[in-house]
Design a protein around this ligand. Structure first.
Ligand code: PEP
Ligand code: MG
Length: 580
């Protein structure tokens, strides 16, 4: 028995035979060329890029014909990377100045991209290099003249292990016999992980050495809950994993039955439970888990890995795909929340000493009004077909909201002038993520139609704790009295102004916090699709009065640890009473 540990990237437990995919990288040789051969290598590269484009276009139409529309986005992203002129011009420059073969030049370009991406602190953004790698591998294969090799098909219940699986590979996975996936690279936010979750396929990633060919055919257990991978398990391990699997599946099954039940308390108080999403593929999962629409659509993904910003049409198509995935429910689109530590490739920005406090989110959008208006017009256009809300991230004061709204009005005028339809009554909200916004909540509430509290950032800025610093994670306390007081103030300000108070940070998805958030008066919680049913289960056991009393009780304590202890004791008390 051998145990490996990796990142739990998609929940679920599976047992099967390991199918190791040894898709060796295309072997490429870098060889010197004469200056006369530059023209020839240039032509080879151009042809290979075109061949790769044709392959992707054909994959795209295959997906459109079958039921793969949901996955088109990944193919679109790869087409966009391929269409990025910088990829070709930089490689041609290396061929010309370095006098080396097209293969060698392309590998050097990839190396440069890797260096650039490695400097990005944000794991989500740095993982996007895997898309660039996949595209460049495709071009290299085209250069070698090798045909595309599909994912090998095998009989029996298998678990695929590979160094890496591209989103295109994921689309070929036969759900009838592939039970789980394991990869050596990738993390929770990689496209492959996102797709695995969207496909309900347990996945463990970052498992070094698993694609060792000697393991092919071995019995394996994949635990997408804990991140463990056990090869050749002994009887005892197998039996205990089986019990864990049945327990997990039973709970999931029972929970899924509750998806159609209303999200309301015992005494009939309704709360909107919605999903946080990044790609249209996640929309279906939000609905399957009983979410009533999307409360946070992070639009950053479309802006990454590219030299030029996406144009209005491209944005419109993507936002519309998301809307269609969740129709007839409402879609809350957050404008670009990038910058600072998440620099966009196409922008010539100086490195910042303190990126978390730098030119990011709404500040970045307001610095480039033309680009911002493209996004606003794209969102407005989608609003013509169904309920859409727009929200601005990282608002710190009134000027920012007013300026953002002015630009929104300009965008509306431009659409009106061109006869393009949109919903003139589209709701506008702000994210409350900065302590200044909490303090000014009463003023901000007069300017907008709703608040959405981003607790991930609000906790970071209130407690001065870097949210991505693992060494400080014990100090990152959602129940810190300062955070709870901020939440209470925001809800009060919203309700005094007659607008709803929503919350879309990770706090929303933790069932322990539900009684407090409900008791404080939040009207809507938005979370990862996988959390919705668990949160709803607790909601359906509460009464509003009891939740209000629990929330009020939290304010009697002066530390997060005390509040947490109190909260757990109250919940235990309730459970004990319900058993009595
Ligand atoms: C938040 O800050 O809570 C939030 C939802 O935004 P993000 O995690 O994308 O910064
Ligand atoms: Mg945030």
């Amino acid at each position: 028995m051998r145990t490996f540990s990796g990142i739990a990237a998609s929940p679920g437990i599976a047992m099967g035979r390991l199918c190791v995919i040894d898709r060796c990288k295309t072997v490429t040789s870098e060889y010197p060329i004469s200056s006369e051969a530059v023209i020839h290598e240039t032509a080879r590269l151009t042809k290979a890029v075109e061949d790769a484009r044709v392959e992707l276009e054909s994959l795209k139409s295959r997906l459109s014909e079958t039921n793969g529309e949901d996955h088109l986005l990944f193919v679109e992203i790869h087409l966009m990377i391929l269409a990025d002129e910088r990829l070709v011009t930089e490689t041609l420059e290396i061929i010309r100045t370095g006098l080396i073969s097209a293969e060698g030049a392309l590998r050097r370009t990839l190396h440069r991209y890797r260096e650039t991406f490695a400097k990005i602190d944000d794991p989500y953004l740095s993982e996007r290099i895997s898309d660039v790698e996949t595209v460049i591998e495709r071009v290299l294969r085209c250069l070698s003249g090798e045909p595309e090799s599909p994912l090998p098909q095998r009989e029996g219940q298998i678990i695929i292990a590979a160094h890496d699986l591209s989103p295109a590979d994921m689309l070929q996975i036969n759900r009838n016999n592939v039970l789980a996936i394991i990869t050596e690279i990738g993390g929770r936010t990689s496209h492959t992980a996102i797709l695995a979750r969207a496909l309900d396929l347990p996945a463990v990633m970052g498992v070094e050495g698993i694609s060792d060919l000697l393991l092919d055919g071995a019995a394996v257990i994949v635990d997408g809950l804990s991140g463990a991978v056990v090869v050749d398990p002994d009887q005892e391990t197998f039996q205990s994993s089986l019990r864990r699997k049945h327990h997990y599946e039973y709970i999931e099954y029972e929970l899924l039955k509750t998806a159609p039940l209303p999200a309301e308390t015992v005494d009939g108080h309704q709360m909107y439970l919605r999903g946080n999403v990044e790609i249209p593929e996640e929309g279906a999962s939000v609905l399957a888990h009983g979410g009533c629409g999307v409360g946070l659509y992070r639009t950053e993904m479309l802006f990454m890995n590219r030299a030029v910003m996406p144009d209005e049409e491209e944005q419109f198509l993507l936002y519309r795909a998301m809307q269609q995935a969740i129709t007839p429910h409402s879609l809350t689109i957050r404008t670009l929340d990038s910058g600072g530590d998440k620099l966009l490739d196409g922008m010539d920005q100086a490195a910042e000493v303190n990126p978390a406090l730098g030119v990011r989110a709404i500040r970045l959008s307001l610095n480039m009004p033309d680009e911002f208006k493209k996004q606003l017009r794209a969102i407005l256009r989608v609003s013509a077909d169904g309920p859409v809300r727009i929200m601005f991230p990282m608002i710190s004061g009134m000027e920012e909201v007013r300026r953002a709204k002015e630009l929104l009005e300009e965008a509306k005028r431009e659409l009106t002038a061109s006869g393009t339809p949109f919903d003139n009554k589209l709701l506008v909200g702000v994210m409350i993520e900065i302590p200044a916004a909490v303090t000014l909540a009463d003023l901000l509430a007069r300017e907008v139609d709703f608040f959405s509290v981003g607790t991930n950032d609000l906790i970071q800025y209130t407690l001065a704790i870097d949210r991505s610093n693992e060494q400080l994670s014990h100090l990152y306390q959602p129940l810190h009295p300062a955070v709870l007081r901020s939440l209470r103030r925001v809800v009060q300000a919203a309700h005094d102004a007659g607008i709803p108070a929503c919350l879309c940070g990770e706090m929303a998805g933790d069932p322990l916090y539900l009684p407090v958030l409900l008791g404080l008066g939040f009207d809507e919680l938005s979370m990862g699709a996988g959390s919705i049913l668990r949160v709803k289960q607790i909601l359906r056991r509460c009464t509003l009065e009891r939740a209000a009393s629990i929330a009020e009780g939290c304010f009697a304590f002066s530390t997060a640890a005390e509040v947490e202890m109190y909260l757990k004791s109250q919940i235990t008390m309730d459970v004990a009473e319900s058993i009595d």
